[in-house]
Write a protein that binds this ligand. Structure first.
Ligand code: FNR
Length: 175
């Protein structure tokens, strides 16, 4: 099983990056894992969506084609998906045949706020419809009050959150 993680924050001290690092540890040897590199993608422009594609886009396309599962770990910006993540999805959605078709995907979000980024998860699920991605519905992970849930080394320090993440990963990695 091959899982590609997308982190929707480029910030060095990002809570969602901490969550991504936790997911990498929690997946362990259960699957082969890669993290999508999305920080150096150009802004999507159909004029440059042509042969040859920008090198960073080719790299992303290889990662997306390689994976058979996806895990999106993202902040919520203005009640929605951060532009940097949407940009990556827009680029990755262009190859034909659709590389996402009928593959499973799950979402986690972290926010210092009370809802843990819940609202952006439903916008992302809406994108899954067009991408033909199969969203995991049996488990959800919203890391609310994120500043209290990671220690000074960026490690998750909340057992209930760790259990919820494990449940989500188990659902995502099931055959
Ligand atoms: C935010 N933030 C935010 N938080 C939230 O829960 N709902 C929201 O709609 C928004 N909107 C928003 C817009 C923009 C442009 C920024 C920069 C921030 C706060 C956000 O959750 C917080 O900055 C997180 O720490 C961002 O995630 P990372 O970078 O820590 O992973």
């Amino acid at each position: 099983m091959k899982i590609l993680l997308f982190c929707g924050s480029l910030r060095k001290a990002s809570f969602n990056r901490m969550l991504t690092n936790h997911a990498l540890e929690a997946i362990g040897s259960r699957a082969e894992v890669q993290v999508a590199e999305i920080g150096d993608l150009p802004l999507y422009n159909q004029d440059i969506d042509a042969d040859p594609l920008p090198e960073s886009v080719q790299r992303l396309n290889r990662q997306v084609a390689w994976a058979d599962r996806y895990l999106f770990i993202t902040p919520e910006y203005n009640y929605s998906i951060p532009g940097v993540l949407k940009n990556a999805i827009d680029w990755a959605s262009r190859p034909r045949p659709n590389p996402f078709a009928n593959k499973k995907a799950a979402i986690m979000s972290a926010s210092p706020g009370m809802l843990g980024g819940a609202r952006c998860q439903y916008h992302l699920r809406q994108c899954f419809v067009f991408l033909d991605l199969v969203a995991i519905t049996s488990a959800e992970v919203f890391v609310s009050f994120a500043a209290d849930k990671f220690d000074e080394n960026g490690k998750l320090n909340d057992d209930r959150t760790a259990k919820a993440i494990d449940k989500l990963l188990t659902a995502l990695l099931a055959e």
